[in-house]
Unconditional design. Structure first.
Length: 283
């Protein structure tokens, strides 16, 4: 499969074999990711291969920690679309692992068609009762991104940048080319070849939570105006930074969490299955 194609694929836990060992703690997940990505950094072509991307998706899919394991990282900031919490940035910034918390739709108490926006919010789904808190449309700064849903579901839309001959950030527009729903326990892959994107928690009355793995890590990215397509470079900021606080989960792997007789290459294999294609054609 070509990850720059129009196929927008999700995988769910049902694609794991019942015999596949699960990763039970975030600190074990962090150490496994760090080991695999550090080893792959010696071979740059490997980092971009579909086989390696599939391997990372499989590793995230096998994470099966309980609420007590990850909820201490799920810090939530009120009155914004979502909160980024940095868990770790890996060795040599080879990756970043974030836990994002997505606030539910808020009440449209005034009934206005154009409600005021909160920081980091781009709203265009409004009815008499609620306002959907979409994230800004953004890229991944050239990084590969894998999202694993921990609780609830997350809506994602993907857009294509249509540039004029000037190639200026002020002379481009956005076209919706696909959308999907990431359900609880599922994973999805995104990169800039697939377009820019935005997320929202559209249906729940409570926040939803998701892990975001970026390979490699980055410190800034572009956000895009939905109407004009104009881009702005912004710094990747965190509501809570576990690395600075010394609580990043970078510890030794718990031996009891893993089966030492089963190599990682074997127990993280997952056979991909197409779930959904883009519902909007890509011209």
């Amino acid at each position: 499969m070509e990850f720059g194609s129009s196929v927008f694929e999700t995988l769910g836990p049902e694609y794991l074999s019942p015999k596949t060992p699960r990763i039970k703690t975030l600190k074990s997940l962090v150490n496994i990711l760090d080991s695999e990505i550090s080893r792959a950094q010696d071979h740059p072509e490997c980092l971009q291969s579909s086989e390696f991307i599939q391997k990372l998706k499989s590793i995230l899919l096998t994470y099966d920690g309980n609420d007590d394991d990850w909820k201490r990282y799920s810090k939530v900031q009120p009155n914004v679309a979502y909160s980024r919490n940095l868990i770790t940035q890996g060795s040599n910034n080879g990756f970043k692992l974030l836990l994002n918390v997505w606030n539910p739709p808020r009440e449209n108490s005034s009934g206005d068609e154009q409600p005021s926006l909160s920081n980091g919010e781009e709203v265009d789904d409004v009815d008499e009762a609620r306002v959907i808190r979409w994230s800004q449309i953004q890229d991944n700064s050239g990084s590969n991104c894998i999202v694993r849903m921990l609780e609830g579901e997350l809506y994602v839309e993907r857009y294509k940048l249509l540039k004029t001959e000037s190639q200026s950030s002020k002379n481009q527009s956005l076209k919706l080319i696909g959308g999907n729903v990431l359900n609880n326990g599922g994973v999805i892959f995104l990169n800039d070849e697939m377009g820019v994107h935005r997320f929202a928690n559209k249906t729940r009355t409570q926040p939803t939570c998701s892990l975001h793995l970026y390979v490699p890590g980055f410190d800034s990215y572009n956000v895009y105006d939905k109407l004009t397509g104009e881009s702005t470079r912004v710094t990747q900021e965190f509501y809570h930074n576990m690395v600075e606080d010394g609580d990043s989960g970078e510890h030794e792997v718990d031996v009891k969490d893993l089966d030492p007789e089963i190599p990682v290459d074997e127990w993280v294999q997952v056979k991909p299955k197409l779930v959904m294609k883009d519902d909007v054609s890509k011209d």
